[in-house]
Design a protein. Sequence first.
Lengths: 186, 750
Amino acid sequence: MLVDTYETLKAQIGRRSFMKMAAVATAASVTSAFANDGVTRAATEEEIKNPFPGSTKVKTICTACSVGCGIIAEVQNGVWVRQEVAQDHPISLGGHCCKGADMIDMVRSEVRLKHPMVKEAGQWKRLSWDDALDRIANKLKDSHEKAGPDSAMFLGSAKMSSEQAYYFRKFAAMYGTNNIDHQARI
Amino acid sequence: MANTWGYGAMTNSLGDIQNSKAIIIFGANPAVNHPVGFQHFLKAKERNNAKIIVIDPVFTKTAAKADHYCRIRPGTDIPFMYGMLHLIFKNNWQDDKFINDRVYGMEDIMEEAKKWNPKKVEDVTGVPADQLIQITKLYAQSNPGTLIWAMGLTQHTVGSSNTRLAPILQLSLGNMGVEGGGTNILRGHDNVQGATDMCCLSHTLPGYYGLSSGSWKYFAKSWGVDYNWLATKRFKNEEWMGKKGFTLSRWWAGVLDGKDGNDQIHNAGTNLKNLFVMGNGITSIAQQAKVKEGLDNLDMIVLCDPFVNEAAILTDKQDDVFILPAATQFETSGTVVATNRSAQWRTKVVEPMYESKTDHDIMFELAKRLGFYDEYTAGMKIKENKKDFTWPEDASDEIARIIKTIGLTGWTAKRLKKHTENWHMFDQISGRGYGEMKGEYYGLPWPVWTETHGGSPLLYNINRSVKDGGMGFRNRFGLEHDGQDLLSGKGSAPKDSANKDGYPEITAKNIEKVLGIKLTADEKKRIGKNWKVDTSNIIAEKCMERGMAPYGNAKARAKVWTFPDQIPMHREPLHSPRQDLVKKYPSYQDKSNHYRVDTKYISKQNEQDWSKDFPINLVTGRLVNMNGAGMENRASKYLAALSPEMFCSIHPDLAGKHGIRDGSMMWIHSPEGTKIKVKANYSHSVSEDRIFIPFHFAGHFQGEDLSHKYPKGTKPYAVGESANTVTNYGYDIITQIPETKGGLCRIEYA
């Protein structure tokens, strides 16, 4: 597992640094002797036109507001590498606001929460999903028995898909309470 | 709105605004909040020379594009609209035929409107009488006109009256059910419409079915579970199954349980002990100090979000605060419903990053551990009697199978995907499809009555046949009231209707008579009790054949006889700068057990002369680079750089009186005894009697920087005071939406 990951990473980094070097070489080729030292070379026309070979383009929808603008997301090796506006989308008509244009950076943000954590005695501690879910479920179960299902409050989201929102509502129902709400009541 | 004509949703669409000749934007700021949608407004200006009228306490970026801007005092929208109605009726600008055929109770509105002459409106709202006359004339004579609003209308104690009077204004001019008209509410988040339709709400089941035992039985059956199991093993008992729960705005009161002078609760003999939050920035709900108190007193807090939910930072709770990395919506697939009720299929871009899990996976895992996973997922397998399910397609199809009330029958995963894949095949104004997509509207705006129906882009339009998206108003409030017929008038049925007049909602009992058909014995066996629970869809299919809407054809109502104010009445905000008007237009009586918590109105309003100590109006709103609690935007370097600090827009003259310089720090104090420390930003967008603050920040609390409380590597690029630390007490009388758009404050140099 570890070796595989290493090999994959090495292969990807190899390709990426090559691309970078190729790009630098193109920019510098007029004045620099670097261009012909055998280590780098000028990027080909094809590479400039298509910097992410083998990538796929996914038609999807912005998550910022309720306008529902189209987004063309370019994905290479499982990485979202580039975002384009959707020129032919009937509502956004090729437009993007700054929030929409930032979707790719939001997903790839370095400050994302990367693993489950719990606060214990005032300190944040990392824990596994299984541990976290077990502990949460035990508490919920315990309260259901002792205090009753109405001891829980579920706050869902206008940022979920409809399917998830529906299943969130169903979750509260099957837990046994109507203490459930979301941002529509702001 | 739902109480006026059946559905509480945007009636037309963004593209359709291009057909408008006049646009009123009331308490909304689309240039900032929906920038790409706003281009359709600007196109209306180009195409039709449409006039844009902005009514807002703050001169917004939208106002900068307007032909007329009215600087209204917060919380006085009702007098303003009655002022318009006063002039409309006085000058006979109303559409008599429309009112006569399609509206019930307009006489009462006419009576009330008589009281609101332009001078009086000027006194109450601050909008000059001449300006009111000018824009009313312009609007009334530029048909069709559309009315846009957002939270500027809803976030008041009288919010639910505001959202009734705006439709009434449109009804009076016959602006409903026409291209370029309508009441176009702009939703905030990307899927507010979808999540609301699915009813992540404490007062109703998905599809707005309510909480009656009949509805629960329909859902239990449709979910493939035993009703008694739900009622006795899961819920405390049947009684509590039928009661509305706590809301997003007041759940904290459920934790505090009436202690230390907090409002009393009515929650099945317990207080709230566990809070489970998924994708909800609760640092942007009113009264943050109370939110914090609520958080501090819980047994367990679970926060699932792609970023650290700042509730975890706000609370001083030391144990059992779980933060779980949820995947973003680009790391899963599913339906998203735009503000105009149209659906798009959001396709997964990448796999969940780091250790993050999708929202549904987290719920499934918990359901397994809580012992109801099989019951939970049974609904996805019913349609084709499957052994296992595929997410999300089988969930989409489950919803389509069950939700009849808003006509989601046609929203199968297959059709929605096809629409999004072919988005280039639709017209930007009408939404009509070309070529292969002909006969369908983009995103199949609901109601989509059958699996072949093309959607309804324009609600209540009787100039189209039902098959093509036409319909009258919904028959939702009975057949008569005070001896008057509530069904629509003669000849007012949608185009191509077999029945030319008003007709009731369709049931198994009345279908043969109302539609003038005969059912076969087999159909009689399979048909559901009424159109809302007819999973055989026979009612809808037969209705399509006869050109009739399953929900009937009735009148809209200007008066709601079950509300404390049958017609919308002006009531001053709980914290009003005009004490003289408080006596004349007092708030409601206090309301006991309002979503399980006692809620103060008149007693809060009369507690003291708030305006004496807190003379300045406080208005909150959005910035172009952020939305909601700003959690995900502040986690972006680039967006955070556009507004790296929390600030307050303040008029230089007001600032000068308090010795506050441009760029210096200032305190804002609320009547609740809370305060925030923010940077002053001189601005003429606000007048001297009010200030504006954005609500996207968190991470500071009452002057204290809480940065040290973020787990390592998760602190967003910008933190600051939450505006909602100083928003005032006050909740809508029907919906419990907080009164964040009309509070008071006091300021000082910091």
